[in-house]
Design a protein around this ligand. Structure first.
Ligand SMILES: [Zn+2]
Length: 112
């Protein structure tokens, strides 16, 4: 399977599960095998229609995309003001819907 096909399959598998999630979080492909954040990848356009910002989970190493509602929720958790535009921002957290944990230590970060 090519990475693109793999991506499509993961998306299809996860979509039904995550659509109902109250956070409005959508699962996107992992940024890579390393647990670090690849800022080049963070600059890529978001994959899903309606998603506004990414969240990277340090616990499971998965990058997810958030809808507006989910993004505002995480902004509250992080204690940050909701930015006028999500462009150039991303969240990091410990725990997310993928690893089935509560979001902890959420931080809103700027892509530099
Ligand atoms: Zn996670």
């Amino acid at each position: 399977m090519t990475p693109k096909e793999q991506w499509a399959e993961i998306s299809t598998t996860m979509q039904n599960k995550t659509k109902e999630d109250v956070l409005g979080q959508i699962v996107a492909p992992a940024l890579g095998d390393n647990s670090g954040i690849d800022e080049e990848k963070l600059r890529e356009p978001l994959y899903y229609d309606g998603s506004v910002v990414r969240c990277f989970c340090f616990d499971c190493g998965t990058s997810t995309e958030l809808l507006q509602d989910g993004a505002e929720h995480l902004a509250k958790l992080s204690g940050a003001e909701t930015p006028a535009s999500w462009e150039n921002f991303y969240f990091v957290s410990q725990g997310c819907v993928v690893c089935n944990k509560d979001y902890k230590n959420v931080i809103l970060k700027e892509i530099k």
